[in-house]
Ligand binder design. Structure first.
Ligand code: GDP
Length: 296
């Protein structure tokens, strides 16, 4: 669809082979292409700005080596900086707390919260032999609680029995009690979303947090989120305080720039990625792969 960054930088820089160091002017021309590539990958404008400045600082004055083309050299610099900003360490879900460890899932409607809740529950059950209970606190969408129950049946994970008429905080309290009494290791709370961020959503999330004191608060976000990613991540993080991010639909066509935007504005690790609708379609986050994708 687009020329790769490597090709674009090659045509700007490769004529410089064997000519000392990269000048401010050479780097400026290259960075315009880097900026374009990042915007095409849907990285937020403010993050693109900070990122290109970080690359500029490293590139200006860099020695042009004979063994590698200048275009490739800058692509490598950009790639390494992307990986560093995306977070080069794998950060798993933290279960290091007294049982039942509560994981609260937050995010907009349709981002993949319910699906991801069940995927995580399945993974913890199968790989870490944890006894997991899931509860849906989504009292807004009539079918939401049922959707989680059905996924629980499919994956063999217990779900909190549904009692009609209860509010989210009441359900959270009931879930905590059921998890304690039932000897569960992990309690996953799937919360309600909205089509966009609004005050009642943030108030509801804050109330649930106070009632359930989660050890992990995972923001679930669609990897196709464009320029809104910054606002989304910043709002949830400043109002509720997230401990990690799960990026969904990484199997889609998007270039995944939202990963960089959200990581950059919150500093919170991307812990997992969703790569399909099936219950096994959940993977660890590898920054190198997302960096490759962003660069196209
Ligand atoms: P919620 O409203 O945030 O709870 O979102 P859901 O969990 O109901 O997901 C909305 C839709 O996205 C469903 O059809 C899911 O199957 C789908 N979905 C969730 N995660 C992924 C993913 O990683 N890849 C793909 N292709 N679809 C996903």
């Amino acid at each position: 669809m687009f020329d790769s960054l490597q090709d674009r930088l090659g045509s700007i820089l490769n004529g410089l082979t064997g000519r000392g160091a990269l000048s401010d002017k050479d780097v400026g021309a290259a960075l315009r292409e880097v900026r374009r590539a990042l915007l095409e990958a849907d990285v937020s404008l403010e993050v693109v700005r900070d990122f290109t400045e970080a690359v500029r600082a490293k590139a200006v004055g860099a020695e042009i080596l004979k063994s590698i083309k200048p275009g490739q050299m800058v692509v490598k610099l950009v790639h390494d900086e992307l990986v560093s900003m995306l977070g080069s360490d794998q950060v798993p879900i933290d279960l290091n707390a007294p049982a039942p460890v509560t994981i609260m899932m937050v995010g907009l409607q349709g981002s993949g919260k319910t699906t991801t809740s069940a995927k995580i529950a399945k993974r913890l059950t199968e790989r870490q032999r944890k006894k997991v209970l899931m509860a849906s606190l989504d009292t807004r969408r009539p079918a939401a609680q049922d959707q989680l129950r059905i996924l629980g049946e499919q994956t063999g994970v217990a779900t909190l029995p549904i009692i009609a008429g209860q509010g989210p905080v009441e359900i959270a309290n009931r879930a905590a009690q059921a998890a304690r009494l039932g000897g569960y290791d992990v309690l996953i709370l799937d919360t309600a979303g909205r089509t966009h961020i609004d005050e009642p959503l943030m108030v509801e999330m804050a109330d649930i947090k106070v009632a359930s004191r989660p050890h992990e608060i995972l923001l679930v976000a669609d990897s196709l989120t464009g320029q809104d990613a910054v606002n989304l991540a910043r709002s949830f993080d400043s109002r509720v305080g997230v401990t990690g991010i799960v990026l969904t639909r990484v199997d889609g066509d998007g270039r995944g720039g939202a990963a960089l935007s959200m990581r950059a504005v919150t500093g919170k690790p991307i812990k997992l990625i969703g790569v399909g609708e099936k219950m096994d379609a959940l993977e660890d986050f590898h920054p190198g792969r997302i960096a490759d994708r962003i660069l196209g």
